[in-house]
Write a protein that binds this ligand. Sequence first.
Ligand SMILES: [Zn+2]
Length: 318
Amino acid sequence: MCLECTSHGSERDSSSADESVDTERDGSDWNRRSFLRATGVAAGSGTVLAAQGERVAASHTECSAADRWVEAANHSARNYGINWIVIHVTAGAYQGALSTLTSSSSGVSSHYLVKNYDWTEGPSAGHVDQLVHHDRAAWHARYIANHRSIGIEHEWFNDNGITDACYESSAELVRCIADMHDIPLEFYTSNTCIQNEPGGIIGHTHVPDGDCSSFYHGGRTCPYPDWDMDHFASLVRDGGGGGGGDKFQDGDQVVTTTALNGREQPCLNDDVVLTLPEGTQGEVMNGPEDCDGITWWGLHVPAYNEWVWCSENYLAHA
Ligand SMILES: [Zn+2]
């Protein structure tokens, strides 16, 4: 079971998505777009578990770059909005890192774990696990950074380097997270008082221990020296795509031009949440994402109170 669903299930399940948004916005500077996306996932999962047995196995991941949801035990309610992505390396092989990051006794966690090597036990290089939902603070750095960031761990140890597969998966993941939470694609490579900056992508060693008077981190240099932030920045930016040529934008009202499958994630082999009759109206909340040669848009469909991904080919401006 998903811990978030059990420990916060009553709050999620008994309220509509709109009520969740209002609750979560209290005391936070998250914007509406981020919240609709985050609560869309959580509310959708709650509905699924309550209503339709066959959808219990549906994904809890929030980005299509994530391959699997594995629940972590350690996380907290956020006290700040998300402006940062903190890059880590595990200093240990994948399988051990996964158990550490998900067990309660370790006292740590992260939102994501990216597999780096093909030759260690577990999935192939580039595989991405999501361990904590974005709307919760994971325990990957000190308090001040945890509450303002998404933390990504990358398998690494003994100067074995970072593989292309790992960099590329992580770059795709960072693009998704940055887009979802309006995080600037700025890369910081020196000690930064993150509470005084607009946000971006930064290595663990460069976030403050607390009030910006200390960046000691117990002497650790995570994710350096092997992590190449300049190379990573170019991968993140090069894969950006999008630009001004997109058919739709966030907030656009769209209508289906045929009976159209709405899916859990933007690929043809993902679960169909529901089939939208021709003429169904929705609001663009996410996207575009490319998968299986199709451009996908994430929609909120008020008539069914669902969040789904649909092919652009059968959507028109309402
Ligand atoms: Zn770290």
